[in-house]
Design a protein around this ligand. Structure first.
Ligand code: CO
Ligand code: CO
Ligand code: CO
Length: 315
């Protein structure tokens, strides 16, 4: 039940994963995520789905240990080799993450879906929630935005080979290294950027932390093709839903282009971490994250006490 005292992070705080205390030294981190294919190549899709599911454990500062496959597959209409490739992609990503596959479940479904249920561990005193951001903190975003728009262009057969390869690299990349670094260096808050878009997940952070946020749009990394495709109207439906839901909490500089605004609300698949870190640690953390290959990681703004519950997006 919700009032179980060992449930340290539950449904109420809209955090990335649930955390359940087993002892004073050990808690479980649990999460599940699965979705329909976003790229044509089944092996790549398997990798993306696994990286995406693991991300919620990394966002809490946890270490994923085991995973279970969640599969919906149209056995009547699709060749089973497709499923085999998806599972191989997922398994390779789990190997990279040093996560053990312990089982899974599959059902017949007219629409293919794949993902993982992931279990990790964490010290109960070292949980990095979305509720710890403090005024003065700097905000680091570890991956470029725009995956939703580019995935829409892929579906419309409009994406260039370069855009496809860039977005694949972004979505298959584990958030593990950034997570390990933030645990070592010490940060106040973290969440990962997924379906609600950058602004949506940033809003969850300021609401849970009871603070406000100022973003500098020129420092927010995004895949350059996303701007181009947004101009062509290749914007997923989720972008507008995200916008509608959060627009009242946002103050946008009037000079921002409509394309950039779309990118800020764009639903992400296997997006980066948004880390709120004390200012004196921010440059070191950024530097180390970049050295791990997340070269587009950037300091995108800061946490403020006022205006509370709002995000101001400057030029
Ligand atoms: Co999440
Ligand atoms: Co999730
Ligand atoms: Co079963």
């Amino acid at each position: 039940m919700i009032d179980d005292p060992n449930l340290i992070v539950g449904l109420k705080s809209f955090d990335d994963a649930g955390v359940y205390k087993l002892s004073d030294e050990l808690a479980l981190v649990q999460t599940i995520d699965f979705f329909t294919p976003i790229v044509d190549d089944p092996y790549t899709f398997g990798q993306i789905a696994a990286a995406n599911a693991l991300s919620d454990v990394y966002a809490m500062g946890g270490t994923p240990l085991t995973a279970m496959n969640v599969v919906c597959f149209p056995t009547q209409t699709m060749d089973v080799t497709v499923l085999r490739e998806i599972l191989r992609g997922g398994l390779d990503k789990m190997r990279e993450a040093k996560v053990t596959l312990v089982g899974g479940h599959s059902v017949e479904d007219s629409e293919l879906k794949y993902g993982l249920s992931v279990t990790g561990v964490i010290h109960p005193k070292k949980i990095i929630t979305n509720a710890g951001a403090k005024p003065g903190d700097r905000l680091i975003l570890t991956k470029p935005l725009g995956t939703g728009i580019i995935n829409t262009a892929i579906k419309a057969k409009t994406a260039s080979p370069e855009a496809l390869s860039k977005v694949t690299k972004v979505m298959t990349a584990l958030n593990r290294d950034a997570s390990e670094l933030m645990q070592v260096i010490g940060v106040n808050s973290c969440t990962d950027i997924t379906g609600f878009g950058f602004i949506g997940h940033a809003c969850e952070m300021i609401e849970a932390s009871d603070v406000g946020m100022i973003l500098t749009s020129s420092s927010i990394p995004f895949l350059s093709e996303a701007e181009e495709y947004a101009k062509m109207g290749l914007v997923p439906g989720g972008t507008n839903r995200n916008k509608k839901f959060r627009i009242k909490q946002i103050e946008l500089d009037p000079s921002l282009s409509p394309e950039l605004i779309d990118i800020l609300f764009d639903p992400q698949t296997s997006g980066g971490l948004l880390i709120s870190t004390p200012q004196e640690k921010s440059l070191m953390l950024l530097d180390q994250i970049r050295k791990k290959g997340m070269e587009e990681a950037s300091i995108v703004g800061e946490i403020v006490s006022e205006p509370k519950g709002k995000i101001v997006v400057k030029k």
